[in-house]
Design a protein around this ligand. Structure first.
Ligand SMILES: Cc1cc2nc3c(=O)[nH]c(=O)nc-3n(C[C@H](O)[C@H](O)[C@H](O)COP(=O)(O)OP(=O)(O)OC[C@H]3O[C@@H](n4cnc5c(N)ncnc54)[C@H](O)[C@@H]3O)c2cc1C
Length: 485
């Protein structure tokens, strides 16, 4: 865990909002007008947007949703054009400055941060350019909520959305992007038609499954190692008007997971997720299944629920507009913000478990876990089908059914002992999952060495290394993932 940089002194004295005009390659610091007459200073090229070095901007870039790791950059670029991103990546490449894009900073373990380097704040780069019946062209900083809103106005929607839709398109395409429709459509990375990227060499390149495929394969779920995504064409599907959700309680783990498996295999519903909840002195289970429909058609409730073995009489049915369904976490987030918990540390753990070993792994883990280990956060548990996945760098167990298991922990603020214990717990649970063929979904907080990453990518590690050598030979991109140390 890095702390505030020791090179901070280089920036002391820079006025808030002062314009950066140069870079001192010997002092490794940015220079404002005041210091620009120093002989060694190299001019920063003209930009349409802003290059910021004020304390507030640097502090914000030295944090993320986890609030665990803090790495302070030298400067933050707020790009106003693709040219700005190309210009500054080329500049960084020439001077060996580390660079990372930051979407919404919802990673939890420093992944979008860059010690002593440059953070590109993609939130200023968020235009939805075009929405057609089957595709949308959007800047990488756009939020999925904006893409959904624009698409719904044209009668379409992204086939897969994350549970929380205030995440950036570039941020989720860099990791995967899983949701309740993944058993039908794969992850968000499996629904991309084209990408415009800036490689670590500073080249602006368009790639797709048919054009520069090697780069396309290296970028999606590529953890920002080969290129930064600036614009993307994502697939859209026709949108139904409404979603009807069935919340089905279970008391027994194996009955719950068997019904989940059955539903994703039969594809009876459009959407299948699930949670593990405290109850009855242990854990109970909630299957969440939704069907999408447009009036006057109405879902056949009895047919959809036929044969499922939930606790009878305690099911709930919720009917919502399509937008409200996908935005259903918004009131929860507002509440968590109002009580401050949203801003507490979040040492999250997200694992992919092989279907054949999921029940035995989970029964062992859940027998040991207590609600206190979660700090009030939820446990996610749902399956999807490996056959729907197309992206080589998304590492999941090689089995037909894979479960996402997420411990979305919240630690009390300023209690280092509890935080350390939760992070150690993540490592332990990861190792136990790895021993039965599981992988981590790399959005969470697990201490991970270079050797762990080599093992994580397995047979695809060579692809990552050769893409790195070809597209980011100076290894300047996205150091916060900790893959190439
Ligand atoms: C409340 C909450 C709910 C979530 N729900 C889900 C869910 O349902 N499903 C799911 O799959 N995930 C979920 N996540 C995890 C989330 O998808 C990832 O953490 C995602 O990377 C966050 O997107 P972001 O825009 O905040 O990216 P950031 O956190 O800003 O960045 C994440 C990584 O991507 C890199 N990056 C960002 N933008 C770009 C770009 N344009 N080009 C190249 N690299 C880039 C960063 O450098 C960093 O390494 C959730 C997270 C939170 C906090």
């Amino acid at each position: 865990m890095a702390s505030i940089t020791s090179r901070r002194s280089f920036l002391i004295g820079l006025a808030a909002g002062a314009t950066v005009v140069g870079f001192d390659p010997f002092g490794r610091s940015w220079v404002t007008e005041a210091g620009a007459d120093t002989a060694a200073v190299i001019d920063v090229p003209p930009l349409d947007g802003e290059l910021l070095t004020d304390a507030a901007s640097l502090d914000a870039a030295a944090d993320d949703f986890g609030h665990i790791v803090h790495r302070r950059p030298f400067a933050v670029l707020r790009p106003a054009s693709v040219d700005d991103i190309v210009t500054m990546v080329r500049f960084a490449n020439a001077h060996r400055i580390h660079v990372a894009a930051r979407g919404q900073g919802h990673a939890t373990f420093g992944q979008p941060q860059v010690e002593d380097g440059l953070v590109i704040d993609m939130s200023t780069f968020s235009t939805v350019h075009h929405v057609g019946p089957d595709r949308a062209v959007v800047d990488a900083g756009a939020l999925w909520s904006s893409v959904l809103t624009s698409a719904l106005s044209q009668g379409s929607m992204p086939p897969v959305l994350t549970d929380y839709i205030e995440l950036s398109v570039g941020g989720t395409l860099t990791v995967g992007g899983i949701g309740g429709t993944s058993h039908r459509h794969g992850l968000q990375v499996d629904n991309v038609l084209e990408l415009q990227v800036v490689t670590g060499e500073g080249d602006l390149v368009t790639c797709s499954p048919h054009r520069r495929r090697r780069l396309f394969d290296a970028v999606l779920a590529g953890l920002g190692q080969s290129a930064l995504i600036v614009r993307t064409t994502v697939r859209l599907v026709p949108a139904a008007e409404r979603a009807r959700t069935y919340l089905l309680p279970y008391v027994d783990l194996s009955t719950f997971t068997a019904d989940q498996r059955r539903l994703v295999t039969e594809q009876r519903f459009d959407y299948v997720e699930g949670q593990v909840l405290p109850g009855g002195g242990g854990w109970t289970y909630l299957l969440e299944a939704a069907t999408f429909y447009t009036s006057p058609d109405a879902p056949d409730d009895a047919g959809l629920l036929d044969g499922l073995r939930y606790e009878p009489g305690s099911e709930q049915v919720v009917d919502q507009s399509m937008f409200d369904f996908h935005n259903r976490l918004a009131p929860v987030v507002e509440f968590l913000k109002s009580i401050g918990v949203w801003f507490h540390p979040h040492p999250w753990l997200n694992l992919f478990l092989p279907g054949s070993r999921a029940d035995s792994y989970l029964s062992g883990v859940l027998a040991e876990l207590t609600p206190d280990d979660l700090g009030g956060g939820p446990i996610l548990l749902y399956p999807f089908l490996r056959a729907r996945l197309t992206r080589p760098l998304l590492r999941v167990p090689d089995e037909p059914v894979v479960f996402l298991f997420g411990l979305l922990r919240t630690a009390p603020p300023e209690d280092q002992a509890v935080l350390t214990q939760m992070i150690a717990g993540n490592r332990d649970l990861f190792e136990r999952a790895r021993d039965v063929g599981g992988t981590q979904y790399p959005i969470g907080s697990i201490p991970f060495s270079h050797v762990d990453w080599v093992r994580h990518f397995g047979s695809e590690y060579g692809r990552l290394v050769s893409a790195k050598a070809r597209y980011d030979s100076r290894r300047i991109l996205t150091p916060g993932q900790g893959i190439f140390r």
